[in-house]
Design a protein around this ligand. Structure first.
Ligand SMILES: Nc1ncnc2c1ncn2[C@@H]1O[C@H](COP(=O)(O)OP(=O)(O)OP(=O)(O)O)[C@@H](O)[C@H]1O
Ligand SMILES: [Mg+2]
Length: 257
């Protein structure tokens, strides 16, 4: 029998120390991910973000807004791609250490974009092939070749959206450092997790996350997630709660239309 599918994105806020201006991993979370993903009941696709691998340098050199022709930016593009690829290697190594086979799919060498929100030539065949070989495809936020602006930052959140539209998995799950979306500032102990969110949630979000990272932070994620809810049960959650999904006990913030 064909297995049901789950698509998971591990945010940069989870697998790295996002407050660091230099690349820094969160080793405990990476180790835990390898253990949690070691299950045989579902076909999985993994996406991950960049966190402190990529975001700081991309911000400094204006990579999100496209090529500016400067030598400094050219070097920064190369360095950003190296950093996100390094983070991908690290995550895959943690998964491989648990006996999970992975197939890494780097957007910078397999996809072209038309602005940061549109992938022109999504290589579904690479994902299909990996799944057929019983490997977990692992793709990630990266700097792509772009038709409109020369280069773009393709976020893990947009990759999640494209994959979800195509595969219509049982669950599409954004895993970040908080157990869902709070009704106020995450640093305020009175804030509570919203069990259901929709596009209206964006209007009422605490202002301290706006422009949080080069790909729109939580706002960009909720925009993608609401679109995905047309195709899959979509959730925003944390790593502790992720295990429950494999027993069909989802928890966190459920995204609805
Ligand atoms: N109301 C809120 N509820 C939950 N998180 C919030 C809220 N307001 C701001 N945040 C911040 O949004 C962050 C999640 O979005 P962000 O894009 O930074 O993370 P990510 O997607 O995990 O990282 P990356 O983009 O590197 O993959 C959380 O780490 C948190 O600090
Ligand atoms: Mg983000």
């Amino acid at each position: 029998m064909k297995k049901e599918m789950v698509i998971v994105k591990f945010g940069g806020s989870l697998i790295t120390d996002k407050s660091s201006d230099k690349p820094k991993i969160n080793r405990l979370h990476l180790e835990a991910i390898g253990k949690i993903l070691n299950q045989k009941n579902y076909d999985l696709i993994v996406v991950h973000g960049a966190g402190s691998f990529g975001h700081p340098i991309a911000k400094k050199f204006g990579i999100a807004t496209g090529l500016d022709g400067s030598h400094g930016q050219e070097k920064a593009i190369k360095e950003t791609r190296e950093q996100v690829q390094e983070l991908n290697n690290i995550l895959c190594n943690y998964m491989n250490a648990e006996g999970i086979s992975t197939a890494s799919i780097a957007p910078s060498s397999t996809m072209t974009t038309n602005g940061p929100k549109e992938i022109i030539d999504f290589p579904f065949e690479l994902f299909d092939r990996a799944l057929k070989e019983n490997k977990i495809p692992v793709t990630f936020g990266d700097v792509t070749q772009d038709e409109k602006q020369g280069i773009s930052i393709l976020s893990g959140d947009i990759l999640m959206m494209e994959l979800t539209k195509y595969y219509e998995p049982l669950y599409s799950i954004f895993v970040m450092d908080h157990p869902g979306v709070y009704d106020g500032d995450p640093n305020n102990p009175d804030s509570k997790i919203k069990s259901i969110i929709n596009i209206e949630t964006i209007k009422n979000l605490n202002s301290n996350q706006k422009g949080a990272d080069v790909t729109g932070g939580l706002v960009g994620k909720i925009e993608c997630a609401v679109e995905m809810a047309n195709y899959s049960e979509t959730w925003i959650t944390n790593l502790d709660l992720l295990k429950g999904f494999f027993d069909k006990k989802p928890l966190g913030s459920k995204v609805v239309l």
